[in-house]
Design a protein around this ligand. Structure first.
Ligand SMILES: [Zn+2]
Length: 318
């Protein structure tokens, strides 16, 4: 049995009792989130806006931050504006390892502080490195248990024919291999695709679309959004929705149902308007979410609730 197969076997063997515990933990987490929302609403009637929503940043990169203290400062700023959950996304083996380290840092401020999860993957830009190191790291964290390591997804992976940093055949191969890993390990798949829609759909169709698939930093138009939704995938929207030039994207956002939508910063990139020029951080996820709420004609609190609930489902957060 391959290493990955062993991990998969281990995961499946967990079965009944752990399955129940996981469900209980999930229920408890939801109750805690609900009661912390109530508590913060009481608290905020004095110090903060009355209806501060609780947001989830479904995709960011905090690995460029030099020290743990600075990471804690970024998370504290996120917490202050209601970004209570963050997924730190890996782009190669070292950045995936750092993502797991950040996710495993003890919470600094006790209950109510921002929670962090990690993904492990190889970015299309780096596909020519091959997926072996990422696969080995997945075996390593899988041996400890994905849940104990706070690993919730494979990726970001996919195809980027805009920058072309790796040859197309290497990109296709690395993407297909990571789609297979998501299937084998039962993890979510985080897809990055740019100017490569047809090839992306072709690989997903030939490998099979993992049940929990996210198109991160969705930049397509209504046609691509429809196709992603038909595949059963979730669409994650970034600060690009705040850019005046993003008409097609805004049309795609408008047709995406609330129960299939996520919000992300993709920080440190893509700082939303009106904060252009500053490095992006998870504390700006409400800015993205509020822009999306305006586009959808939804209350921002409802959009925060729905997108956080979607993140719980698609990443199986508990
Ligand atoms: Zn990213």
């Amino acid at each position: 049995m391959s290493g990955i197969g062993r991990i998969f076997g281990g995961r499946r063997e967990r079965g009944g009792r752990e399955g129940r515990e996981a469900r209980d933990a999930k229920r408890q987490a939801k109750q805690e989130l609900d009661s912390s929302a109530e508590k913060s609403a009481e608290h905020e009637s004095v110090q903060r806006p009355a209806a501060m929503a609780l947001w989830t940043d479904s995709h960011c990169h905090l690995q460029h931050i030099d020290t743990d203290d600075e990471v804690r400062a970024v998370l504290a700023r996120a917490e202050e504006v209601g970004t209570r959950r963050v997924v730190v996304v890996g782009t190669d083996a070292p950045s995936s390892r750092r993502a797991v380290d950040i996710a495993s840092m003890p919470a600094q401020d006790g209950p109510g502080s921002t929670e962090v999860w990690a993904t492990v993957g190889l970015h299309p830009h780096d596909s020519s490195m091959g997926t072996a190191a990422v696969r080995n790291f997945l075996e390593e964290v899988g041996a400890q248990g994905f849940s104990a390591s706070r690993v919730v997804g494979v990726g970001e992976c996919g195809l980027d024919f805009h920058y072309d940093h790796s040859p197309w055949p290497a990109q296709r191969r690395a993407f297909a291999e990571q789609v297979r890993m998501a299937h084998e390990l039962g993890l979510a798949l985080v897809v990055h695709t740019r100017e490569a829609w047809e090839d992306t759909f072709a690989i997903l169709e030939s490998e099979g679309v993992p049940q929990r698939t996210i198109f991160h930093c969705f930049t397509g138009g209504p046609g691509e959004a429809e196709r992603c939704l038909t595949l059963g995938a979730y669409l994650s929207f970034s600060g690009i929705v705040t850019f005046a030039t993003a008409e097609e994207l805004c049309a795609a956002a408008a047709l995406t149902p609330l129960d299939r939508m996520l919000i992300e910063t993709d920080s440190p990139f893509l700082t939303p308007v009106p904060y252009r020029g500053k490095p992006n951080e998870p504390c700006y996820v409400p800015v993205v979410g509020e822009a999306m709420a305006r586009l959808k004609g939804e209350d921002p609190g409802e959009l925060a609730r729905a997108t956080s609930a979607n993140a719980s489902v698609v990443f199986d957060l508990h």
